[in-house]
Design a protein around this ligand. Structure first.
Ligand SMILES: Nc1ncnc2c1ncn2[C@@H]1O[C@H](COP(=O)(O)OP(=O)(O)OP(=O)(O)O)[C@@H](O)[C@H]1O
Ligand SMILES: [Mg+2]
Length: 1058
């Protein structure tokens, strides 16, 4: 293509628009706040955790589509009131679509990109939903209108192509040929730039034809997504409209490409450092989007540099020799990585090249999407700095026609001259006539090519139209099932009719009475549909997975209108009954999330009754719930792939309680993990969500490769895809120690120098009892000798500034579930105290369900600070039970950062004696706080006793001689010892009260509980509560009685003496 000289130096910045969509169901459920505001074309986003942190951005256009709208009688979303701020589809088209159309009609290439996180409204803006048509269909309507309106001065041809890029493979969405596993090739030609070889381009003459082609493309996308088990939100969809305009009068032809790109969801794959996976991130899934980001960053940098250079150079010619200048004037070539991905190759002209480009960045204004929305705005800001050099294009084909026509005219002239002169021979005339005929043939061939293509397309179109009409007719006659996809854009595309009689449903489609469904976990014959007397039943065949309305079924089940079916691992369909049952209902509420929530509910995972739909739901719980329903189908698919590829591993979702590692024992946040078990060796791995999602994409790669090998009729056993080397196998990982559970050993007794011996329950992430651990805390001397009763402190503050020594003893572990399950395993206990930067571990013990640990660590604080005292009074040491498996390395304590004496005493609390107190955490639970109050009261009683004691001693001293003073001195220690003893009894009983409290906290109804079960649970719960409060009261009143008795005794004694 050749550029018009006059346009050579025109520069256009990429135009950028942002659009804010309404809250979706998740965001409404979470009671989300809107953190985005718009004023004119500037947008401000506020950090929900820090109201002072606001960022404003200014774009060419900003659309508020979040609120102030209503749905009119034709289903269109329009502003609530005339002139309202809500930007509807028409409004967006007026600004962006009309501009693109105008550019294309002038002969410029034009590109429209939609960028944003998954579910932010890219497809809504680009393609639209139902009557709310998006930019692409509207653009096509207006394009053909414009073509018809200008028929007298130009002849136009429109070619339509539609493709998808998934995992760096290009799929022609309009191709009639079967899909090649490697996809289509992207090639480069000097004149054409990058193009997709063999991509089908269909000539179109009207907007309905284009819409029908888009429908066809979407159908291909849907089937590909189900068959290949791919996530469409991770694919890029490109529509290419080629417009040719022939201005016969002016002998000019203009040709422009309009690229309309619905990009994959932009969310970043979060894999935090500690979770970084051994295998690199989801292969090429993110490559195109990452490269697009890099290209935009570099191109925008270059555009910026050249701008800077021009303005700086004007004032400072000295700079002309700098590197910056070299880049700016093109002396240094900056490599822009267009070639690194398929998407950037195809969009090369749109980004810094020959195209007028518009980007629409879509975002959610919800607080929970803040990070992603901010990142979208930053991306958009960069894009707006890109400068393109768009030129009007002239088509080589039309130039050729022009040249041929000119040559013919010359030949004709020569011929007529020959006739006049009559001097030439017959052969010469014949030769010229032949040349003339050949040229005319060529012209005709070129001109008829378009018509031929058009005829073919028309035939196709008629066929498709007949199919659509047939489908509409069938919809009015028969019940059917309708596909529901994770990407709402692909839902409702496939309709499978269940006519009268019996129908086999499954992979096999050879029988005339079969309904073909392809997808993971679908068997050749999966189930049977029977439609008799206007009743439809579904009978699963042995071994097949069928879920109806969230529950697995194995018997014949009668289907009701709008029943939800999940076939195989995750093929989701909605059953639509006979038209008489339909009653104009809107099935869109049965979206993908609805299907998955139903399955989760059947497993006992749901948002509580009271919280659903209200603003009360705890956002972190909601996030766990949505993570769970997002991962659930992925886990089912991973299990199916593992089974088909004979990987022998099983995946299971678990909700991990993060409270397990909280030293205050609070029931804090929960998270989702995937437990991976090797069925043969019983080895276990725990994968984080990010790691599992990454692995799942890698598994899909392996699985698709395996399928391709199978379809190529590869009969060799042990196919390459299955027999991957271990280090490349996404189903495998080296074994690692596994955190099985934790137990809390409370430290409060140490503050009083009271020894403690405990039998602790080690609880797993789901509240299961993993083991019983016998542990002791023994206050001791610096040489390790246990302290006696007389060393018990009545007032813990006495320890401040003094040395405190104690030993943590781990005696034995009993009933280890981990080892009971498989004897070839071992365990270690890990713990970390106060400021210790490193955890300490016991030596590993193997093959024993009740291993003796006999592990003793001596800790000392040289100058006990208020902070340490507060810690002892309010915290527990978290004892972590680690499971070891054959082949995994033991956990070792890294002692470099731990301060130790020559005798092996671990020093804690390094702070000096002058350190001031920090505030004790206010999170202490109610009952513990009440206990502390009691302790305070006891302290004040103690203080008054001391005072009384003191005055008594003075009285004695003054009344009697020195010898009797000895008797007097004996009063105090005996009283204090009595008091210390009762305190010790009290703390022992408190330990059991605390255990009772923990049991109460963990006590939950069983997942399968019915009403009766729940009633029993409530009874049990109240019994436990009763026990708890009785025990608490008894302990406190025993202590009060003891104290009262001590006081009484003391008064009596002093009475006798006085
Ligand atoms: N401006 C809007 N007005 C009303 N509804 C909207 C708007 N934008 C998006 N939605 C709704 O939000 C949902 C998600 O939108 P959409 O499918 O366009 O997201 P997407 O960005 O294309 O996501 P993906 O990356 O998964 O393809 C759809 O149900 C859509 O109807
Ligand atoms: Mg989309």
């Amino acid at each position: 293509m050749r550029a018009k000289a006059s346009d050579m130096h025109s520069k256009d910045c990429v135009k950028v628009a942002v659009r804010v969509r309404p809250f979706n169901k998740r965001e409404r459920d979470a009671g989300s706040r809107c953190v985005v505001s718009l004023v004119s074309s500037s947008i401000t986003i506020q950090d929900p955790r820090d109201s002072q942190n606001r960022r404003s951005f200014c774009f060419d256009y900003a659309y508020w589509s979040h609120s102030g709208f209503t749905r009119n009688h034709s289903g269109l979303y329009v502003p609530e009131e005339l002139g309202g701020r809500y930007a509807d589809q028409d409004c967006v088209f007026q600004d962006l679509g009309e501009g693109i159309l105008e550019n294309a009609l002038q002969g410029y290439n034009a590109t429209l990109l939609a960028y944003g996180q998954t579910g932010s409204g890219k497809s809504y803006s680009m393609v639209g939903y139902g009557p709310n048509k998006g930019l692409v269909p509207k653009l096509c309507e207006r394009l053909f209108q414009a073509i018809r309106g200008n028929e007298e001065n130009r002849q136009c041809q429109v070619f339509f192509s539609m493709l998808e890029i998934y995992n760096e493979q290009v799929v022609d969405l309009l191709s009639r040929a079967s899909r090649t596993p490697a996809g289509l090739r992207v090639r480069e030609e000097q004149q054409r730039g990058f193009y997709v070889e063999g991509l089908r381009t269909v000539p179109c003459e009207s907007a309905p034809q284009v819409e029908q082609l888009m429908e066809q493309g979407t159908r291909t996308r849907t089937t590909a997504a189900t068959h290949m088990n791919a996530n469409s939100s991770r694919s890029h969809m490109l529509i290419i409209l080629q417009l040719k305009q022939i201005f016969s009068k002016e002998s000019i032809t203009k040709q422009s490409n309009i690229n309309l790109v619905d990009l994959a969801g932009s969310e970043r794959q979060r894999s935090s450092g500690s979770e970084a996976d051994r295998l690199k991130e989801g292969t090429a899934i993110n490559l195109s989007l990452t490269t697009l980001g890099n290209v935009i960053r570099l191109v925008c940098c270059l555009s910026f540099l050249s701008l800077c250079f021009i303005s700086v150079f004007r004032f400072s010619p000295l700079l002309s020799s700098s590197a910056l200048a070299d880049v700016a004037v093109g002396k240094k070539v900056v490599h822009i990585p267009y070639r690194d991905s398929v998407l950037t190759k195809l969009l090369q002209s749109a980004l810094g090249g020959n195209s007028r480009t518009v980007m629409i960045a879509t975002l959610s204004p919800a607080d929970i999407c803040y990070e992603e929305s901010l990142s979208t705005l930053r991306y958009a800001e960069r894009a707006k700095r890109i400068q393109n050099r768009a030129v009007v294009n002239e088509s080589p084909t039309e130039r050729l026609v022009k040249e041929l026509k000119a040559e013919n005219a010359r030949l004709l002239q020569r011929l007529s001259r020959l006739g006049q002169e009559g001097r030439r021979t017959n052969e010469e005339t014949k030769e010229l006539r032949q040349l003339l005929a050949h040229n005319e043939l060529q012209i005709r061939a070129i001109q008829t090519l378009w018509e031929q293509h058009l005829q073919e397309a028309l035939k196709d179109w008629e066929q498709q139209y007949a199919n659509i009409t047939q489908e509409r007719r069938m919809m009015q006659m028969h019940p059917y099932i309708l596909n529901i996809n994770e990407d709402a854009q692909l839902s409702g595309v496939v309709k499978l009719f269940i006519q009268e009689g019996e129908w086999d449903m499954g992979l096999i489609d050879s029988s005339p009475r079969s309904i073909s469904i392809k997808g993971l976990g679908i068997q050749d014959r999966h189930a049977v549909f029977r439609n008799e007397q206007r009743r439809v039943t579904l009978t699963p065949l042995p071994g097949s997975k069928v879920i109806v309305n969230g529950n697995a079924v194995s018997q014949t089940t009668e289907l009701q209108h709008l029943d939800r079916l999940i076939l195989g691992s995750n093929c989701t369909y909605l059953f639509i009954g006979y038209p008489s049952e339909r009653g104009g209902d809107d099935w869109t509420r049965y979206d993908y999330d609805y299907f998955q929530s139903e399955v989760a509910a059947a497993e006992g995972i749901h948002l509580g009754e009271s919280s659903a739909g209200s603003n009360q739901t705890d956002p972190s719980l909601l996030a766990v719930f949505y993570n769970y329903i997002k991962l659930m189908p992925m886990v089912a698919e991973a299990n199916q792939m593992s089974q088909e590829l004979n990987k022998g591993v099983e995946f299971k979702l678990e909700i991990k309680n993060l409270a397990l590692s909280d030293s205050k024992g609070h029931d804090l946040e929960k998270d989702i993990v995937v437990r991976v078990t090797s069925k043969g060796s019983k080895q276990v791995w725990m994968w984080s969500k990010a790691k599992f999602v990454n692995r799942k994409f890698l598994m899909e790669d392996v699985y698709q490769q395996h399928q391709a090998e199978q379809s190529a009729d590869n009969t060799v056993q042990g196919l390459s895809a299955v027999a991957l080397p271990r280090d490349k196998d996404p189903f495998w990982d080296p074994v690692e120690p596994l955190l099985l559970g934790t137990a809390h050993l409370w430290l409060q007794s140490l503050a009083f120098r009271i020894p403690l011996e405990e039998q602790l329950e080690v609880l797993g992430s789901e509240g299961t009892e993993e083991a019983i651990l016998q542990a002791q805390l023994i206050p001791c001397t610096s040489s390790g000798l246990p302290l006696g009763e007389d060393d018990i402190l009545i007032d813990p503050s006495e320890i401040l500034g003094r040395r405190l020594d104690f030993q943590l003893v781990l005696d034995q572990c009993c009933g280890l579930r981990w080892i009971r399950e498989a004897r070839n395993r071992g365990v270690q206990i890990g713990f970390r105290l106060f400021d210790c930067s490193q955890p300490l571990y016991t030596p590993a013990v193997w093959h024993n369900v009740n291993p003796l640990l006999d592990h003793r660590v001596h800790f000392a604080s040289l100058h006990t600070s208020q902070r340490l005292l507060d810690y002892l009074q309010s915290s527990a040491v978290v004892l972590e039970l680690w499971g070891l498996q054959e082949g995994c390395a033991h956990l070792t304590s890294s002692l470099e950062a731990v301060r130790m004496t020559a005798e092996g005493i671990v020093i804690i609390d390094e702070s000096g004696p002058a350190e001031t107190a920090t505030v004790v955490s206010g999170e202490f639970s109610g009952s513990v706080r009440a206990l502390q109050q009691d302790v305070e009261e006891l302290k004040s009683v103690n203080a008054s006793l001391r005072k009384e004691n003191h005055s008594l001693r003075e009285q004695l001293n003054s009344a009697r001689n020195g010898g009797e003073g000895v008797r007097g001195r004996s009063v105090r220690p005996s009283c204090d010892a009595e008091f210390a003893r009762s305190l010790k009894v009290f703390y022992h009983s408190m330990t059991s009260v605390r255990g009772q409290l923990q049991r109460l906290r963990r006590h939950r109804p069983s997942e399968e509980s019915d009403l009766l079960g729940l009633r029993l649970f409530v009874d049990e719960q109240s019994r436990l509560l009763r026990d708890f409060s009785e025990q608490l009261e008894q302990s406190v009143s025993a202590l009060k009685q003891d104290v009262a008795a001590i006081v009484r005794r003391k008064r009596e004694r002093s009475g006798t003496w006085s």
